[in-house]
Structure formats: structure tokens, C-alpha cells
Design a protein around this ligand. Structure first.
Ligand code: ZN
Ligand code: ZN
Length: 363
């Protein structure tokens, strides 16, 4: 029997289309799936936009970072989305039908233990999972999200382009805030290099410029550097074609950048970063390569380099990111696709031919 459930904006359909990852052969299919039934601690959201993150490509690659991704039964991809609430679970606090929300993707964690205060993925229950990486994510029109992961969006924030804020935006914002706190100096007198000017970096540049930092964009892709300039980078370098870029950055900045935020998943980008960072400068680790990154113990012990890390972390930081983004007019640059063209979007990201973010806009 086909049951229909009522929502604020009419009757919910019984089925929907979803872009699903099939672990057994690492392929993606557009499947027909049921509308999820929510648990008491969940919200049912009608997704307006969902975006593709570089981390989604980890499903198609091996990793030695201890991540358990892309196993088991087929599941819906996507861990960046936003939309409007259509059902509120009985335990959810602070949300009502019709609220525009975005959210973080870690589920089946307790949100309470000491490890959860660091990152929900570390939850001491050992049950934490990432939506879109092992369980259903957001490349479907209706999805269930934990109320404790969700944040109401500021009035007037554009739902069509906001999806990347809930992973890339929050991560790049936290990296910029952590860099600012670690440096603790006048941004106007401070050079920060953004290594990787794509999905994360193009937002990182906007956050840095909103604080007044001087920004040096570095990327191997001419498209990404074009985007970096469009987002306000003061100088850009392509290590592939600007073979003297280390000397040029040093000349430009005096003795090297005060900090570099690496948004890429490239081990060589990490190995080469100290070359453009001045003594006792900060290297902010954000992008996650498949392999571990080597650092010199001498560099760390003798304060040649301060290595710190940043990630999307907790919902309170997400709220700060949303408020700051809205106040400063910071917007992800999103190229929109139809759900049926998901494979094309994936292929474009695999080929590194995109600018900013790519996403699916639902009706
Ligand atoms: Zn992501
Ligand atoms: Zn926990």
C-alpha cells in the first residue's frame, strides 16, 4: 500500500530518486528509493541543494587514514546539503516545520562524550558514521538529519547556493579562524597562503579577505587560480608554470608567508609548503591525503614550523560560520546540475576541470 504523509508544503510522495554509490563495483546509479521515516531525534528535510565535495572521491580510492568508507549496501551519496524542514521528530529542540536548515553529516554518535567534543567521528561508542559515505546522504530530495547536527540558516541566506557551506565552508572558515587565533597579529600586516583554491580554497580566500589578510593563492589549475583572483586573492602562483614561485613568494612577503592553509589532499603540497612559510610560521592542515604526511621532527621541535589542524567539527562552529558568511556576503560559487546528470558532475571533478563547487539543485 502506498502511504502518503502530510508536510507543510503538501503531501509527500512515497518514492524519490537518489544518486547511490554501489560499493561492490564502485559505481553510481540513479535509483528509486523510499522517502525516509524519521526517528525521534531527526528532522525530515526537503533538500533544495546538495553539493559534491572532493572528499566524496575518497569512495572511489583506497585510503590508509583508518576511514571506513563505501562499504556494505548501496547508499545515497552526498554530505553537503540544505533545505526546508518538513517533519520534526518528537525529541528535536529548537526547530519547526518550514525552517531553512543546513547540517553536519556525522550520525550514530552520542554528541555527549569527551571524544564527541573533539569531533563526533571519534565518538566513544565506536558507532559514528558519515552520511553520504557509509549511510544515506543528501543527493536525494528528502533526507533525515539529526537535529543536533542542524543549524537554522540566517534570514535571507540563499538556499540555492548555500549547500557547500555545510562542509567546505565550515571547514575553510574553521581553518581561517584557527590560523587567525594562532597568529594573533594584525591581519593587514600578515600574509597567508591558500594552497588549493578549489571548493574549499575559494571560500577560504573570502574568509581571509573578510578579516583583512593579504592572500597568496597557490594551485596547479589555471581555472582555480582564476577563481582565486575573482574571490580577492592578492597574488596567485602556479607551481607548474611559475617555476620560481618559492623565490617570488619570499620576495613578495619579505621572509615567507606567516601561515599557509593547505586545502589540498596532496602529499607534495604538504612537503613543499614549508618553503614558502617564514620561521615559526603556521601550517594549517586541512586537506586529507590518502597517505600520511611526513614532517621533520627537527622543524617542529625547533619551531621552524607550527603545525595545526582544522575540520568542520561542531554545530556551534557551524552557526558562527553561517553568521559570519551572511554578514560578509560570502557565497560559494556553485555550478548546478540535475540529479540525472550526476555522473557527468562526478567525471568533471575526477578530471579537476571544475571551478568552485558543483551541486544538484532540486525542484
Ligand atoms: Zn566534504
Ligand atoms: Zn560520543
Amino acid at each position: 500500500m502506498c502511504t502518503e504523509r502530510m508536510a507543510t508544503n503538501g503531501t509527500l510522495p512515497s518514492k524519490q530518486k537518489a544518486a547511490q554509490f554501489q560499493p561492490k563495483d564502485q559505481t553510481v546509479h540513479i535509483n528509486e528509493v523510499p522517502i525516509p521515516s524519521i526517528k525521534p531525534d531527526e528532522l525530515l528535510v526537503k533538500v533544495r541543494s546538495a553539493s559534491l565535495c572532493h572528499s566524496d572521491l575518497m569512495l572511489f580510492e583506497p585510503n590508509d587514514q583508518g576511514l571506513n568508507l563505501g562499504t556494505g549496501d548501496p547508499f545515497t551519496m552526498g554530505h553537503e546539503g540544505c533545505g526546508a524542514i518538513v517533519e520534526v521528530g518528537s525529541e528535536a529542540q529548537g526547530f519547526k516545520k518550514g525552517d531553512n536548515v543546513g547540517w553536519l553529516p556525522i550520525v550514530d554518535c552520542c554528541f555527549e562524550c569527551e571524544a564527541c567534543q573533539v569531533h563526533n567521528l571519534y565518538c566513544e561508542t565506536g558507532q559514528a558514521k558519515v552520511q553520504g559515505m557509509t549511510v544515506d546522504g543528501y543527493f536525494q530530495q528528502y533526507c533525515a538529519v539529526k537535529w543536533r547536527n542542524a543549524a537554522v540558516m540566517p534570514d535571507g541566506m540563499d538556499l540555492d547556493t548555500a549547500a557547500p557551506l555545510f562542509c567546505a565552508g565550515c571547514t575553510s572558515f574553521n581553518a581561517v579562524e584557527a590560523t587567525k587565533a594562532e597568529l594573533n597579529r594584525d591581519p593587514k600586516e600578515t600574509y597567508v597562503a591558500v594552497i588549493g583554491c578549489g571548493g574549499l580554497g575559494h571560500l577560504g580566500i573570502q574568509y581571509l579577505k573578510a578579516h583583512g589578510f593579504k592572500v597568496v593563492g597557490i594551485d596547479l589549475s589555471p581555472e582555480a587560480l582564476e577563481e582565486a583572483k575573482a574571490q580577492g586573492a592578492d597574488h596567485v602562483f602556479n607551481p607548474k608554470t611559475d617555476t620560481n614561485y618559492v623565490e617570488e613568494v619570499r620576495k613578495l612577503t619579505g621572509k615567507g608567508c606567516h601561515a599557509a592553509i593547505n586545502y589540498t589532499n596532496s602529499v607534495p603540497a604538504y612537503s613543499n609548503a614549508p618553503d614558502i612559510i617564514r620561521y615559526n610560521g603556521v601550517l594549517m592542515v586541512t586537506g586529507i591525503p590518502q597517505k600520511s604526511i611526513p614532517f621533520s621532527a627537527m622543524d617542529l621541535s625547533m619551531l621552524r614550523l607550527r603545525v595545526r589542524g582544522a575540520n568542520n567539527r561542531r554545530t556551534d562552529q557551524l552557526r558562527d560560520c553561517l553568521a559570519f558568511s551572511h554578514k560578509h556576503g560570502i557565497k560559494p560559487h556553485v555550478t548546478q546540475y540535475k540529479l540525472d546528470d550526476f555522473q557527468q558532475m562526478l567525471d568533471t571533478m575526477h578530471a579537476g576541470q571544475h571551478k568552485g563547487r558543483m551541486g544538484v539543485l532540486f525542484d
